[in-house]
Write a protein that binds this ligand. Structure first.
Ligand SMILES: [Mg+2]
Length: 374
C-alpha cells in the first residue's frame, strides 16, 4: 500500500458561542473558528481523515502555518510511502520540520497522523482502537467548560452542567485574575459534587499561584491545571510542595521527553493528554502510557477540535482508561461542522459514531461550503 494523495482543507467553521482562555480569544461568533482537515488516500482506495485546530492564543501554530507546513514540507516527503510505516513517517516529519525546545509544529503533524490511523483502521475494516488490540469506545463522558469573567454567569453555567447530567466541570481562570476566587466559589456552591478541574493556561506567577491554591484548598478544587508558564517545571514542583491541591501540566508536556522531565522533577500529579498537541496518536499514546506507569493521574483534553478530533481523541482516552470526564468541548462551541455522522451529546455523555476508523466522514459539499482558502 502506498500514500497516493494528501489533500489539505483550511476551513472556517461557524461558532454559536465565543470562547476565550487567559491568553485571549480562541474563536468568536463573528469570526468563526480555524480548522484544517486533511484527507489521505492510498493506492488501494482506502481513505483517512485528520484534523488540526490551531489557536495562536494557545500555542505558536496558526491556520497559515499548519497549511504551509503540510503543503510545502510534509506532503512532498510522504507521497509514495507505505502508510503502515508510521515510525518512518514520524521520523521523516521530524526531520523535515525539526523539533525546537520540544515538538516542531505538532498540531500540523497530528492531522497527518490521525488521517493515517483512520486510513489504516478503515482499510482493515476496524475502528481506531482495534489497531491497538483494544475494544473501541462507544461513548465518553465530557466535562462542561466554563469560561467567563463574571461569577454570576459562572454560577448559571455550573447549574446548567449539574442539571444536564455532566459529571465534571472545567473552569478557565486567569481571564480576570481579580474575579478568580469569586468564580470558583460560585461554581463550587452551585455544583459541589462535580469533578472540579480549574485551568489557568499559564496565567500566574509562582507567588500568585500559591495564594490562589490556598483559596482552592478551602473551596475544594480537584485539580489546578497549568498555573505557571510552560517552561517553569521547577516552579510547578515548588507549588506542589506548598499546596495539597493536585497540580496538572498541560502546556508543559508536548512529548514523552517533556513528561519524563516533569516526572523526574516531581512537578505534577496529573498529565493532560491531548491528541493534537502531542503530534497525534503515536506521541499521545506514548505520553499516556508513561504517565500511567509513573503513577500520575491522566486528564483528557483537546484544543476545541470538531467531530474528527473529538472522536479520535475519545478512542485514545478510553484506551488509556481515563476515568474523569474529558475536555473535548470543541463541537459544543460550533454551530456546525461538515461531518455526516456526528458524535451525539446527551446527559454529559457523547455517543461516538460507529463507522470504521474514527468514524467521522465529511460531507464533501458541506466541506466546500466552509472552505477558507488562505
Ligand atoms: Mg489546559
Amino acid at each position: 500500500m502506498r500514500i497516493e494523495s494528501i489533500d489539505i482543507f483550511p476551513l472556517k467553521l461557524p461558532m454559536k458561542t465565543s470562547f476565550a482562555i487567559s491568553g485571549g480569544s480562541v474563536g468568536s461568533k463573528t469570526e468563526g473558528a480555524p480548522h484544517v482537515y486533511v484527507r489521505i488516500a492510498s493506492d488501494d482506495g482506502s481513505v483517512g481523515w485528520g484534523e488540526a485546530r490551531p489557536s495562536h492564543r494557545w500555542s505558536y501554530e496558526t491556520i497559515e502555518t499548519v497549511v504551509t507546513t503540510l503543503e510545502r514540507y510534509i506532503k512532498p516527503v510522504l507521497l509514495g510511502l507505505n502508510p503502515n510505516d508510521l515510525q518512518q513517517i514520524d521520523r521523516l516529519m521530524s526531520r523535515e520540520i525539526a523539533n525546537g525546545y520540544n515538538a516542531g509544529q505538532p498540531i500540523a503533524k497530528a492531522a497527518i497522523d490521525i488521517a493515517l490511523h483512520d486510513l489504516l483502521a478503515a482499510s482493515e475494516g476496524k475502528r481506531v482502537a482495534e489497531l491497538w488490540h483494544a475494544s473501541p469506545a462507544s461513548s465518553i463522558d465530557l466535562s462542561y467548560l466554563i469560561s467567563t469573567r463574571d461569577p454570576d454567569e459562572a454560577k448559571k453555567k455550573a447549574a446548567y452542567a449539574r442539571d444536564n447530567g455532566f459529571k465534571g466541570l472545567d473552569v478557565k481562570i486567569g481571564l480576570d485574575p481579580l474575579q478568580d476566587g469569586d468564580i470558583l466559589r460560585a461554581v463550587k456552591e452551585e455544583a459541589p459534587d462535580l469533578f472540579f478541574r480549574v485551568d489557568a493556561n499559564q496565567a500566574y506567577s509562582l507567588p500568585e499561584a500559591i495564594r490562589l491554591a490556598k483559596q482552592m484548598e478551602r473551596i475544594g478544587v480537584d485539580v489546578f491545571e497549568q498555573p505557571l508558564k510552560a517552561n517553569q517545571l521547577m516552579g510547578h514542583a515548588e507549588l506542589r510542595r506548598k499546596t495539597s491541591v493536585p497540580i496538572a501540566l498541560d502546556e508543559s508536556i508536548w512529548t514523552p521527553s517533556d513528561l519524563l522531565q516533569a516526572i523526574r522533577l516531581e512537578a505534577c500529579d496529573y498529565a493532560v493528554i491531548k491528541l493534537t498537541k502531542m503530534g497525534g496518536f503515536r506521541g499521545a499514546k506514548g505520553c499516556g502510557e508513561i504517565a500511567r506507569e509513573a503513577g500520575l493521574g491522566l486528564l483528557g483534553g483537546g484544543l476545541t477540535e470538531s467531530s474528527i478530533g473529538l472522536a479520535a481523541s475519545a478512542h485514545l482516552f478510553r484506551y488509556l482508561q481515563i476515568k474523569d470526564p474529558v475536555d473535548l468541548n470543541g463541537p459544543m462551541f460550533l454551530e456546525d461542522d461538515p461531518i455526516e455522522d456526528k458524535p451525539c451529546l446527551a446527559n454529559g455523555t457523547v455517543r461516538l459514531p460507529e463507522g470504521n476508523g474514527h468514524g467521522c466522514v465529511p460531507d464533501l459539499d458541506k466541506l466546500q461550503l466552509y472552505l477558507n482558502p488562505l
